[in-house]
Design a protein around this ligand. Sequence first.
Ligand SMILES: [Zn+2]
Ligand SMILES: [Zn+2]
Ligand SMILES: [Zn+2]
Ligand SMILES: [Zn+2]
Length: 320
Amino acid sequence: MGNLREKKKQTNNSLCSVFQSVNMDESRSLAGYAESASSVGSNESVHTQGKVTRGTKPVLFPNSDIDGLLECPVCSNSMYPPIQQCPSGHTLCFECKSKVNNKCPICRKEIGDIRCLALEKLAVSLHLPCTYHHLGCEEIFPYYSKQKHEAQCIFRPYSCPHPGSDCSVTGDIPNLLAHLRENHKVDLQTGCTFNHRYVKQDPCSVDNVSWTLTLFNCFGHYFCLHFEAFRLGTEPVYMAFLRFMGEESDARKFGYCLEVGGDGRKLIWQGVPRSIRTHHRSIRDSHDGLIVQRSLALAFSGGDRKELKLRVTGRIWKEL
Ligand SMILES: [Zn+2]
Ligand SMILES: [Zn+2]
Ligand SMILES: [Zn+2]
Ligand SMILES: [Zn+2]
């Protein structure tokens, strides 16, 4: 499949403190560091030649002649009203006009304010398959309601759930699993319980967001356990939460709990995993997970409070 795009991840382990997630049994460690995290989805569509008829309206597959007429020469997306045209009749999106400084990209003539009503009306008569039909979506929509569906289509590719750098890879779950393991060196564990130790040598520096990610395979699904350090106001905090590799509606069929403690004290969090459709940063910002303040985290760590050593145990279950 061609929609797996790779952008080199920016890892800089030398900058400062690095988290280590140590599996108690195997003492394997994962280390990660990121200055900022964002993942922007990028979608590509595979074009199939063809045309089928549904009722009386023609259904066009991308790349057919008429569909090509509705493709903007500047952004290559489908054009929506108000479709603009140059004095020679070349068409483009209204939004793209300023990108080409009001000069037609084909004949270089000045583009005035001519609207191409004929093309807009032609579009009304069209039914098009969802852009993600090559990924399994069989829905067909009137031209003007297709976009709304595609923004929510469950077949649209997922963005890479890795919290570090600005990975722009998108794909389906099997693709992303392979990508996470190969490109981000994320550990995959089997089973619905876990026992992790997060070690940080210099707990005083939380100037940049730090994180680790571990994958779990249980109940035939995949989950991402995030552990992040960030500032909540001026207070450095640590946060752990679980994401589900699938849709939100399926994520709600599961529950999870996390426990962290030491020195006779314990914090317990029970939650519902969130879909990887929701950005990890918005989950973090909504505090939907186990949050430990630094002073408490250091108390849990024992010792001389110079090193963070948090032991997080947890369990995932399926709701009946
Ligand atoms: Zn355009
Ligand atoms: Zn022109
Ligand atoms: Zn769809
Ligand atoms: Zn990635």
